[in-house]
Design a protein around this ligand. Sequence first.
Ligand SMILES: N[C@@H](CCC(=O)N[C@@H](CS)C(=O)NCC(=O)O)C(=O)O
Length: 240
Amino acid sequence: MRYELYYWAGIQGLGEFVRLALEEARADYVDIAREADGERAMLRLLDSKDVEHPPFAPPYLKAEELLIGQTANILFYLGPRHDLAPPTEAGRLWAHQLQLTIADLVDEVHDTHHPIASSLYYKDQRPEAKRRTADFVNSRAPKYLGYFEKVLIRNKAGSEYLIGANLTYPDLSLFQVVAGLRYAFPRAMTRLEPKYPRVTALHERVATRPRIAAYLSSNRRIPFNEHGIFRHYPELDVDT
Ligand SMILES: N[C@@H](CCC(=O)N[C@@H](CS)C(=O)NCC(=O)O)C(=O)O
């Protein structure tokens, strides 16, 4: 089966969490918006009256007859099909729970540069972004990173992964979170990272997996930029 991934062409954004899973699975997929006229095709599908279960926003994944929206939901679908999820129901719920927590974290990262409204430009909410980011790097990021460190410590399998002995899709997403936080807040992360050695080790472990390493050095990996979720605005990267 050839999957069709629908997501904005110029950014990693939420689509990247899906791309990483598809790449690790070596799944056959087309990144539709990056094809000629692809973004228009993506919007056409979003607006089509013929879609019975319309997604609210990208990313969405077409898998034969299914059209699946919501990043965590897409991963919930892909995980068991590509050996990226635990085998038991309890394990799959745990993976989904971790993924939803990552979604919460990602929302808060978005709000560092858009604390008032997504419809406004960053430059129109700069003072609020500064306050929000200071709280994020001093309070929220440590709380989330500390949580994932604790999950890694409590994994009875004693592996470097979040769940059991093997890689599952939340590991790929946590890798992306660390990469994104390093890009957005390099000064703050230099201070924070030593406190979360297992999270940092997991990032390295994922980055060096052969399929992920090949993906990261390919032109399929869109560089971070100031249109996505993880944005580097030096004035926000406080180190207090
Ligand atoms: N909770 C959704 C959020 C989807 C979302 O916010 N997509 C953004 C791009 S990153 C979008 O295009 N939003 C349009 C809108 O919110 O109006 C998910 O995880 O997939």
